[in-house]
Design a protein around this ligand. Structure first.
Ligand SMILES: Cc1ncc(COP(=O)(O)O)c(C=O)c1O
Length: 418
């Protein structure tokens, strides 16, 4: 498959920015992607022409109701579920806090919740806070050599008292993709509710919630070309069974019962357009993935094809970047070994510079990379990197090129030689 990166790039106005005379290279994708013009246009269109609250009797309100419903349908095609299983919120973390509090209403002291050292604080904090109510939080360890979940440790932490297992699909710290289907299966054996954090994974590979069989899964549109909107999938019957945190006048049926207050309507309109953008990539490359698209129709087929095309484009550049980084003296890459599933999130340290110094040096050359722990704080802690400033993180999006990666590598080589 020959991926036409130029046709993607020309849709992103931000790529025209220059920093100190250098073209900006946005290698910061795991913190949020840039936004194509068509998504910007939708946000602007909403604010000019449809701006209103919901459930009114007049045009802009009726249009807003339709926009929100269409947004749910777009994400139903991302997850492979019904629109009645898609809730929107301010961001993934806020949705997860609301979910945790709803689930906790049915828990009692001594009940257990399993979380993992791979998780972002957004899928740790909402559960950890329940310790105040006597709930026991169990932390699954990592295999630190491979930067993967220690599955034996995971199994050992599940038992009849486990009420929730919350885990990560793709790690925003080290790029590991975990076997969430198997983790869900094991958690279900003990009757636990499963919550999957797909914030880092979404965009870099296809999602099928019915195949995973998880109860909840969340992601954030700003990680894949959309505005700042969080999206929650919940199995209809599990959603219906929970008493959510909401005002009493608010509808008590799924998916509305998870949504507090007025939503970000313009954001939802833009977030739906980011799905159309991914589908437009899929439309172009569908024929390369016919075996993996069997049985899929309409926009869902195109969205999955788009994610497969993005995955196929990013994979060789990711592997090239890791191989080249490993050749640089003093650079240590953290992440799963070759052959293990991963996203295009690549983290490393340098022996002669702190992550902040490295990110500043690259930033001066217009190369945007992250440094620190990115709220993958526990992962960074168990890797023993907290005191030294964490990790340097590069992440790829389908608008990045091998040339941009070469620019980053060149700057890292210069820095390593100082
Ligand atoms: C893996 C992961 N989970 C959760 C979050 C939190 O998402 P949000 O910013 O939408 O709350 C992030 C954000 O970086 C993330 O990378």
């Amino acid at each position: 498959m020959k991926f036409d990166v130029e046709s993607v790039r020309k849709q992103f106005p931000a790529l025209e920015r220059k920093i100190n005379g250098y073209p900006a290279a946005y290698l910061d994708c795991p913190g949020g992607t840039q936004v194509p013009q068509r998504v910007v246009d939708k946000v602007v269109e909403y604010l000019i022409w449809h701006n209103c609250n919901i459930h009114g009797a007049f045009a802009t309100s009726i249009e807003t109701d339709a926009i929100i419903l269409d947004g749910r349908k777009a994400y139903a095609d991302v997850f492979g579920c019904s629109w009645e299983e898609v809730s929107f919120g301010a961001n993934a973390t806020t949705l997860n806090f609301n979910l945790a509090h709803a689930i906790a209403r049915d828990l009692k002291p001594g009940d257990e919740i399993v979380i993992t050292d791979m998780d972002h604080e957004g899928n740790r904090g909402p559960w950890e806070i329940l310790e105040e109510r006597g709930i026991i939080i169990k932390d699954v360890k990592l295999d630190l050599e491979k930067c993967i979940i220690d599955m034996e440790d995971y199994k050992s932490k599940l038992n009849s008292k486990t009420k929730v297992a919350a885990f990560n699909y793709g790690s925003n710290g080290v790029g590991t993709v975990s076997d969430v289907k198997e983790m869900t299966r094991l958690a279900k054996e003990v009757g636990a509710i499963t919550v999957v954090d797909a914030v880092n994974y979404a965009l870099h590979g296809p999602i099928d919630v019915k195949d995973i069989d998880c109860d909840f899964l969340f992601c954030s549109a700003y990680k894949f070309f959309g505005p700042h909107v969080g999206i929650l999938y919940g199995k209809k019957d599990v959603m219906e069974s929970l008493k959510t945190i909401k005002v009493k006048e608010q509808e008590d049926w799924a998916p509305l019962k998870f949504e507090t207050g007025t939503l970000n309507h313009e954001g939802i309109y833009g977030a739906a357009e980011s799905v159309e953008f991914i589908a437009s990539i899929g439309e172009k490359y569908e024929e390369h993935f016919t075996d993996k698209l069997e049985g899929l129709k309409g926009r869902r087929r195109k969205v999955i094809a788009g994610m497969l095309a993005i995955e196929a484009y990013e994979k060789p550049i990711t592997e090239y970047l890791i191989d080249e980084l490993c050749k640089i003296p003093g650079v240590k890459v953290y992440g799963p070994p070759r052959g293990y599933q991963r996203t295009s999130t690549i983290s490393f340290t340098m022996s002669n510079k702190s992550p902040r110094e490295a990110a500043e040096y690259l930033g001066e050359k217009g190369i945007f990379v992250w440094d620190g722990d990115f709220f993958a704080s526990k992962t960074v802690f168990v890797l023993g990197l907290k005191e030294s400033g964490g990790l340097i993180r590069i992440g790829l999006a389908p608008y990045n090129t091998k040339e941009e990666v070469d620019r980053a590598l060149e700057a890292i080589r210069e820095l390593a030689a100082m």
